[in-house]
Design a protein around this ligand. Structure first.
Ligand code: NAG
Ligand code: NAG
Ligand code: NAG
Length: 673
């Protein structure tokens, strides 16, 4: 799924001009008598803070980000949202003494206009070629010598450096403001941000992770020796969780916890909460061969500065961190603020990101197993939905979302959705980042519509992400059927592709589009993303997209990727087919439809292919078999047979006879007329 962040929802009840703002964190409604006044109040508070800095700030930048470069952010970090009232998951606000601007992309223009006060906020349409970038705008609208402020914790070093260089060229300065000025403005207005979540951490046993935390740290330390570094600083929340085999629930849909991890040759320091680690956590870590020292989450900067000072006296060793770590962590790790000669840093794609990209056998078995259980839930849901609509009962998108969750909850080791379900009926299916609104009238799913359902689950043994599109009465128009089949051909082209080991994922992207391109159709998103193991549903650094993923190390066996081409007819319907696949080495004896025809091994590099692990059939009535060649038809029938053979015994054992007969009908082989 290609959805972004959306944490706090704003809700306008237009009764007697009263506006309520709902905070997802506290779930309370805050009445505001005058929306315009509130918007101005917040800006005024920020502007007076900008003016009272040691050197006056001409502009202040508020991105949508937390200190860990998380894709989803917690309510406490939703600062741009609080300031502007705009709740979209992407956007950057820039405030000057007289202007307040918000850069966001085409997904959000309408939402922006609904949610923000047009007298106060200006929309900068990021997707239009004539819209200046933030750097350009600042350089041409501020006067020479101007100081632009930002919180260095919520910008990656790369973003910071790019902005800084642009400003310096225009004789301006980027200033790291130590306290976040939006947080301060909230204090002034007596409208405090919710507390940073600090939920319980749960140990994830070896039977799910397949590798002890001790082993992982040993490997990282070996890499540290090669790199001659004094410390490895881990800042991404999923990387901390992966390294220590722990999971949390501080960010919705993402089983992570707010923390930093610093590994040195002799210590492992976890910065979390107030620093005291729960007993069961310590116990598991001890069993897994790691002694972890706990420190308060807020102590990381001082700790890194001290480490830098020690190293400076010690020799010329460096500190290693991710280029996605914040500017503030880079500054602290180099000791720049406390030493005359700061340390050199190694700032590059994180070694933990590269490690967790390749799933071990236990993780892969978990992925396969949870996809079977997830398949059972999704099959049961679709049978339920067709039954209800067939009996002329009303089912809204929101009701469908809730029912699907009920089915998933019946499956073992289910921990919650892996993202906000996209349940789009008819034209809503064409909105790539759609979420059915729970406020106001809900949209029913109609019998004569296509229905796109993109959803996923977090399970202790893996993470799922699946999209199926179905016509509710099985009577698609010829155009719908044509597009459905072409998208499916694209998905099968990826699913059955063979390619040399080590090529980057973006090499594969055009395979998925060929059948659509043949008739002048396309889709506006990438074809695949990595998926974490009971971690984030979007995981770098590999991906399959027409845009190259800059840090993709090249495909290797053991990766999990999504395979999700689509087609969107705006205002009418959307189609997307999404499976998760495992990258596998393929030889002549492999179970792969192209294995037996292999004549070479890609000039010694080795042959890779995919194994599809998602287990839900595609709707027969929407497939034009005459558009499929022999290979595709055989491939489709083999997939449906595998789905049936895998799920049928489970449905049978659970006496789900209705679901079983539906599945049987859906998985029957198809023949060309
Ligand atoms: C910023 O500069 C551009 C180009 O000089 C100008 O068109 C625009 O009105 C300025 N915006 C503000 C808010 O001053
Ligand atoms: C540290 O680096 C400097 C300059 O690169 C070099 O002269 C010095 O010998 C190095 N010290 C150690 C302990 O390696
Ligand atoms: C399924 O039905 C059979 C026969 O009615 C019964 O013996 C069995 O216990 C049932 N199993 C489950 C899981 O409900």
């Amino acid at each position: 799924m290609f959805t972004g962040k959306s944490i706090v929802k704003i809700l306008k009840l237009v009764t007697v001009n009263v506006v309520f703002v709902r905070s997802a964190a506290t779930d309370s409604l805050i009445p505001v008598t005058d929306h315009h006044e509130m918007s101005l109040q917040r800006l005024t508070a920020l502007r007076s803070l900008m003016a009272s800095q040691p050197t006056v700030l001409a502009a202040y930048i508020v991105p949508t980000a937390d200190a860990h470069n998380s894709e989803y952010i917690a309510a406490v970090d939703a600062r741009r949202e609080w300031l502007s009232g705009f709740t979209g998951s992407a956007g950057t606000a820039v405030v000057t003494g007289t202007a307040a601007l918000l850069w966001t992309d085409g997904r959000y223009y309408t939402q922006f206009e609904k949610e923000t006060d047009a007298d106060v906020w200006t929309l900068m349409k990021q997707s239009l070629p004539d819209t200046p970038s933030i750097e350009k705008w600042l350089c041409s609208n501020l006067t020479e010598g101007a100081r632009v402020g930002a919180d260095p914790f919520v910008m990656t070093k790369d973003l910071w450096t790019t902005l800084q260089m642009a400003l310096v060229k225009a004789n301006m300065h980027l200033v790291a403001v130590p306290n976040n000025l939006v947080d301060e403005a909230r204090v002034h207005l007596n409208d405090l941000a919710p507390a940073r979540p600090n939920n319980a951490i749960v140990p994830l046993p070896m039977k799910y992770t397949g590798q002890s935390a001790g082993d992982k740290i040993k490997i990282l330390r070996e890499k540290m020796v090669e790199k001659k570094v004094a410390a490895l600083v881990i800042t991404a929340l999923d990387e901390v969780a992966y390294t220590l085999n722990l999971r949390g629930s501080d960010i919705q849909y993402n089983p992570v916890f707010f923390s930093y991890l610093v590994i040195t040759p002799s210590s492992v320091v976890l910065f979390w909460g107030d620093g005291s680690l729960p007993h069961d956590v310590e116990k598991q870590l001890t069993v897994e061969g790691v002694k972890v020292e706990g420190r308060g989450y807020g102590e990381v900067v001082t700790y890194l500065q001290q480490l830098a000072q020690q190293e400076a006296g010690d020799g010329n060793r460096s500190v290693w961190l991710s280029c996605d770590a914040s500017e503030a962590i880079h500054v602290a790790a180099s000791g720049r603020d406390v030493m005359e000669k700061p340390l050199n840093l190694i700032s590059e794609v994180s070694p933990v990101a590269l490690m967790k990209l390749i799933k071990n056998d236990v993780e892969l078995e978990g992925f396969r197993a949870c996809h079977i259980r997830d398949g059972v839930a999704v099959v049961r849901f679709f049978n339920w939905l067709h039954n209800h609509l067939g009996a002329n009962k009303i089912v809204t998108e929101v009701q469908a979302t809730d029912k699907l969750l009920e089915f998933r909850k019946e499956e073992e080791d289910f921990m919650g959705p892996s993202f906000d379900t996209i349940a789009g009926a008819g034209a809503n299916g064409a909105i790539i980042h759609y979420t059915a609104s729970r406020e106001g009238p809900q949209t029913p799913i109609l019998n004569d519509q296509m229905f796109l359902l993109d959803s996923g689950g977090q399970y202790r043994d893996g993470t799922t992400d699946i999209t199926r599109t179905r016509h509710m009465s099985g009577t698609p128009t010829p155009d719908q059927k044509d597009a459905f089949t072409r998208v499916l051909k694209g998905q099968m082209a990826i699913g059955s592709a063979l390619f040399p080991q080590g090529v980057k994922g973006n090499v594969l992207d055009s395979f998925a589009r060929k059948s659509l391109w043949d008739v002048g159709l396309d889709y506006g998103h990438g074809t695949g993303h990595g998926v974490g193991h009971f971690l984030n549903v979007h995981e770098g650094p590999s991906g399959v997209s027409w845009r190259p993923c800059p840090h993709d190390p090249g495909l290797k066996p053991g990766q999990i990727l999504s395979n999700e081409p689509g087609y969107y007819k705006v205002g009418e319907y959307g189609i997307r087919h999404e499976d998760l696949v495992v990258t596998i080495a393929v030889t002549k004896d492999s179970e792969h439809p192209r294995a037996k025809n292999l004549r070479g091994d890609m000039e010694g590099r080795g042959v890779l292919g995919f194994e599809t692990i998602t287990m839900v059939p595609n709707q027969r009535e929407c497939i034009d078999v005459n558009l499929l060649d022999d290979f595709e038809l055989a491939y489709l029938n083999a997939y449906h047979k595998r789905v049936f053979d895998t799920l049928a015994p489970i449905l049978k054992a659970r006496n789900l006879t209705q679901d079983l007969s539906w599945l049987e009908k859906e998985c029957k082989p198809m023949y060309r007329e």
